[in-house]
Write a protein that binds this ligand. Sequence first.
Ligand SMILES: [Zn+2]
Length: 235
Amino acid sequence: MIVLSILTCRSKALIVDYIKSVEIRSVFAEGAAEKILDFLRGSLFPVEQNFCFYVRKGIRHFEMYCNTGHEGTNNGIKNAATKVLPNHNTDKCTKIMADHDATKMAFYRLDAAAQWEGKALWSATATVDYLLAPAEDMTQSALEEAGNYASLRTRLVQWFVVRSVDREVKGVIPQYARVYIGTFVDGFLICSCEFFQCNGNCCRHIAHVRVYYSANPQLTVHNSAIRWWNHSCTG
Ligand SMILES: [Zn+2]
């Protein structure tokens, strides 16, 4: 099920409608839908704005969840694409952690090869020689994802951007397709997802607008915060 939402309050109405729907009620036990709605209305919606997600949204935090290296390792294990889950046995956990190390090692190898060659070979973007590896990675994935979005230019300086390609969803989990709003302000494209404010790098929605509406569809170092520029830029 794909649901479109623009505002947070609209999202609340959508989730309520979704839980009330005949299809969802048919898979819940008797009275379960009402209990979920009671929980949402009584314990979630009133305090939602105090959640850590909202409090830190828009603050430059680079997606860091921790203040120590050890906590960072724990976060990587728990939140990575292949993560350790509570029901995994020791063998499975060890295998996952070894795979994490192998991935990290492959990244170091690419980085070492790039330094040895004098130019990065793992990315073909125009920014590859001027950005630090994490920012180049974010830029590359933003460009790759840009084609998965559709947009509508609503004003001379404003675009509505929405995902147009379905994500793979299993079960009865609703698939939200939020409408992101890109706005041209003082010479800068800013996005309502606030990815740039959090990470200092261009998001996929702005990359979409840039690729499909600009005379020069390339992203440049100026789409990344100075914090991500390498010595070639900062000299
Ligand atoms: Zn965005």
